[in-house]
Design a protein around this ligand. Structure first.
Ligand code: UT7
Length: 318
């Protein structure tokens, strides 16, 4: 049986730092409210004048992941970008990435929309596609530029989100483990949505925060438990948990409910905000680059988001 391992990670955050005090100049809020309710202290926004865009974040995160993996773009067989805020509906961000990096024309390139759960969905989709692909490496990117769909008159949502991209390279090989992925969807166009092309209202993100909070505290422990069951592992056998960074209180709830070691679950929301599909791979890459994760480590990743969607997977680092 073939399986997959993560052989490289990368991430890219835009240069413009927006602090909670900066947000308080836009809407009626405070650093105290935002940091105590969410754990967020600052987030990053793309600066178009500095040449930053969804496309450049995807390209930079992917380039770093390929460099870390020590492979060339020509070795990639599957290229997935999880996002719902790409610069263009079509061409897909994955096709633009193919052009930017010079990946071969027989690379399977597509975008995937499972909102904040998108990167973990993407890992599983890549695992399924790789055995039939032309080459054994998949580039999976999670990227969102939420600043472009924020309603900056709605303090209940605009303070929460930021821009960013993260990426991982998967290698498919005989004898490698499977991801033991789990996933779910609960179609709901009321609690978290952004209108699409052709809609009369502006494409702002709308969220019923309390409803999403209840959903998140339901599915995060569920997904984590299901992955552990599928893998036949105990929580203490996992080296690190990488949870979607939507709100520190959601992660803290899951940690308490599951009796996890909090030191294995720390996040980075303080300086990123919620970067949607970027959140899980950005945190993963920051941990790898900080030397907190390395070869042979087993990481349980879990995300949830609009759709509503959720997903979990257990990945080993090569
Ligand atoms: O990636 C997935 C997407 N999103 C999520 O996972 C978000 C899930 N939800 C949450 O994280 C939380 O529900 C929020 C952070 C959005 C809100 O926190 P909360 O503790 O659930 O606050 P709340 O909605 O119950 O609001 C409490 C109060 C309200 O005032 P009143 O009615 O008690 O007078 C709000 O109007 O806080 C007020 N409020 C704010 N005050 C200052 C809401 N937003 C703000 C703000 N600054 N930015």
């Amino acid at each position: 049986m073939s399986g997959v391992k993560i052989v490289g990670t990368g991430s890219a955050l835009p240069g413009r730092v927006v602090t909670n005090d900066d947000m308080a100049k836009i809407v009626e809020t405070s650093d105290e409210w935002i940091s105590s309710r969410t754990g967020i202290r600052s987030r990053r926004y793309c600066d178009a004048q500095a040449g930053e865009s969804h496309r450049t974040l995807v390209r930079d995160a992917a380039t770093r992941a390929l460099e870390a993996a020590g492979i060339e773009p020509a070795q990639v067989g599957v290229c997935l970008v999880a996002t719902f805020t790409a610069d263009t509906c079509t061409p897909s961000a994955a096709c633009l990435l193919q052009a930017d990096l010079g990946m071969p024309e027989d690379t399977l390139c597509l975008d995937l929309n499972a909102a904040c759960a998108g990167f973990v969905y993407g890992l599983h989709v890549a695992e399924c596609l790789l055995p039939g692909a032309k080459r054994p490496y998949a580039l999976v990117v999670g990227a969102d530029t939420l600043s472009r769909v924020m309603d900056f008159s709605d303090r209940t949502t605009c303070v929460l989100f930021g821009d960013g991209a993260g990426a991982a390279v998967l290698e498919c090989r005989e004898g490698y483990p499977c991801l033991h992925a789990v996933w779910g969807s609960r179609g709901d166009d009321a609690s978290l949505y952004a209108p699409g092309v052709g809609c009369e209202e502006p494409s702002y993100l709308h969220m019923d925060g309390r409803a999403v909070f209840r959903f998140a505290t339901d599915v995060m422990p569920l997904a984590t438990t299901q992955v552990l069951e599928a893998a036949g592992m105990r929580a203490d056998e996992v080296d690190r948990f990488v949870f979607h960074q939507a709100n520190k209180r959601i992660v803290d709830f899951a940690v308490r409910k599951l009796g996890l070691d909090p030191a294995k679950c720390e996040g980075n929301i303080d300086h990123t905000g919620n970067t949607s599909a970027g959140s899980v791979p950005i945190l993963l890459d920051e941990l790898v680059r900080a030397g907190e994760l390395g070869s042979g480590d087993r990481v349980l990743l879990a995300g949830f988001g609009a759709g509503l969607t959720w997903a979990g997977a257990l990945a080993e680092l090569a």
